[in-house]
Design a protein around this ligand. Structure first.
Ligand code: FAD
Length: 279
């Protein structure tokens, strides 16, 4: 396996001073793996936006490429325009453009309904200034009417100017390969980078997966449940399962892997070592 295989790492903006401090150490550990870029999530409706930009700024200042996520739900054309100007000022060249989900109790949808509306606006306002990543869903977005409709939504994002895509995480390599095949059959030819969630905790993973529609296969779910509070066994099992998934993806031609690190370095580093992507 080649050391040059493209990898990228996702963080969320820390909410406490301790979280910020911890992320400094996590970043230093992950810099050793020489990722193509880091991305930092963005809370729809304004909850974590300042934290996103602070985190992006710290990574850029360390000499690494950093991409903010940018959600449009609840936004206006003016607010997006101002945000784009700030991105440019900060030297940001890449972003992950998303619709986002409205936090509960947040009524207004704003002036953008879908991520494709945001991408179209970004291209109209800023031309080719940014490399635009978009989300895709091998196991279908939970609100999509059908897999075909969801594929069409991705095609619309590509038509609006998306350069590449990062998938929702999944644990079934066939779902990814079939999805990529369907993309190609439907004229979607951008790179579809596999989004990978390391397994380090059972309850957290179950909670996330139920919310975002990512399937945890029955055999994984049963084993995680059987481990109970035995976190060492959960981590060892997770490392085996996710390393083997990544190996299949790389061998099957995935153009890159994006790790949902959850602001932790240990599991991601161990997977990369197993794959021969780290010293
Ligand atoms: P869209 O592409 O707009 O799709 C949303 C839904 O609408 C889909 O069901 C789609 O099929 C449907 N749709 C799209 N266009 C049309 C149309 N023209 N007509 C009818 N239906 C249509 N959320 C955050 O809040 N912050 C983040 O930082 C964040 N980062 C993420 C990163 C990745 C890689 C991924 C995979 C997800 C991320 N999310 C984040 C979650 C994401 O915001 C949600 O999944 C959200 O529900 C959909 O966003 P989207 O950009 O995929 O939306």
């Amino acid at each position: 396996m080649t050391k040059n295989f493209p990898i990228s790492f996702e963080f969320f903006p820390p909410k406490t001073p301790e979280g910020v401090e911890k992320l400094v150490a996590v970043r230093q550990a992950l810099y050793q793996l020489k990722p193509d870029f880091f991305s930092v999530t963005y809370g729809a409706g304004g909850t974590t936006q300042a934290g996103t930009l602070q985190t992006v700024q710290s990574i850029l200042a360390d000499g690494f490429n950093a991409a903010p996520h940018f959600t449009c739900i609840g936004a206006t054309r003016d607010s997006v325009r101002a945000q784009l100007a700030q991105f440019k000022e900060m030297g940001i060249q890449r972003m992950v453009a998303l619709r986002g989900d409205l936090p509960s109790g947040y009524g207004a949808h704003g002036e953008f309904h879908y991520a494709s509306d945001l991408i179209e606006f970004i291209r109209a306002e800023t031309g080719d200034s940014f490399h635009i990543e978009v989300a895709s869903y091998p196991e279908m977005h939970p609100q999509a009417k059908s897999p075909e409709a969801d594929l069409q939504a991705l095609a619309t994002k590509v038509g609006a100017g998306a350069d590449s895509s990062i998938t929702q995480y999944f644990y079934n390599a066939n779902a990814y390969f079939y999805f990529v095949e369907q993309c190609r059959k439907n004229g979607i030819n951008i790179p579809i980078v596999a989004g990978i969630m390391p397994i380090t905790s059972s309850t957290q993973l179950m909670r996330f997966s139920d919310a975002c529609g990512a399937e945890i296969p029955r055999w994984i779910r049963l084993r995680l449940t059987a481990f109970g509070d035995d976190t060492a066994s959960i981590k060892a099992f997770g490392l085996d399962v996710v390393s083997s998934l990544c190996e299949q993806l790389i061998q099957g031609g995935a153009p890159g892997i994006h790790f949902y690190t959850m602001n932790q370095s240990v599991a991601t580093t161990a997977i990369c070592k197993n794959l021969g992507l780290a010293d």
